[in-house]
Design a protein around this ligand. Structure first.
Ligand code: FE2
Length: 231
């Protein structure tokens, strides 16, 4: 795939709007109903190398993310969910057993858009400013937060996600299984780490901890996390 025709700024704004939608009211992009569209990557396929290879991006974004999107559009077509935004579909189907297929695909579309937006070439490092203060208050410092986030990502049994979330004025780390997403639980995600095997197996095989450490230390975009903080 070629680098996106959209600017990184536009993608980040859209993704941040997606993240903020449950709390702040859905802005234009988040109100869009089906057919839902695959947001372009904010960087080229090889931009995250050597941490994440172009081959992994090709499958993960081009096949897995797209498949969730295509499945979602098929599942909501002709139903009362066809006119709903992605966030509304997620909230309307969360915890409803007979709607699990719709929820899983909708949540995975959202989770992956958020994951791509939360990384950048030469990311990582330590956040500064208001976000750093929030991390200090909640965890006692960046190193403790990093340790907890990595432990959540490595310790998630099977497929799922690790998240840094904003929860009632405070930051905390959480993890979700399979397609589950913090926005279905009233939380505001700031950053995520995808720990489905499709995220790392081509590059790291069974060494999930190496992938997690590299993503946290070299790719996470703390400016994106700051943008996701509620005002
Ligand atoms: Fe994934």
């Amino acid at each position: 795939m070629n680098p996106s025709p959209f600017s990184r700024r536009e993608f980040l704004a859209a993704a941040a709007a997606l993240a903020a939608a449950p709390l702040l009211g859905a802005p234009a992009i988040a109100r869009a109903a089906s057919p839902h569209v695959l947001p372009p990557l904010p960087y080229g396929d090889a931009a995250l190398e050597p941490v994440i290879s172009a081959r992994t991006i090709g499958f993960h974004y081009g096949k897995h993310h797209k498949a969730y999107l295509d499945n979602l559009n098929k599942l909501v077509a002709g139903t009362d969910m066809a006119e709903m935004s992605l966030e509304k579909v997620i909230l309307a189907t969360a915890g409803v057993p007979e709607k699990a297929g719709v929820f899983n695909n909708a949540a995975q579309v959202w989770n992956h858009t958020f994951y791509w937006a939360g990384m950048k070439p030469n990311g990582g490092g330590k956040p500064t400013g208001a976000l750093a203060e929030k991390i200090d208050a909640a965890f006692g410092g960046y190193d403790a937060m990093r340790k907890e986030l990595a432990a959540a990502a490595v310790g998630q049994f099977g497929s799922g996600w690790a998240w840094l979330v904003y929860d009632k004025g405070k930051l905390r780390v959480t993890k979700t299984a399979n397609a589950d997403t913090p926005i279905a639980h009233g939380l505001t995600p700031l950053l995520s780490v995808d720990v489905w095997e499709h995220a790392y197996y081509l590059d790291y095989q069974n060494r999930r901890s190496d992938y997690v450490a590299a993503v946290i230390d070299r790719l996470l975009d703390w400016e994106f996390a700051q943008q996701n903080m509620p005002a």
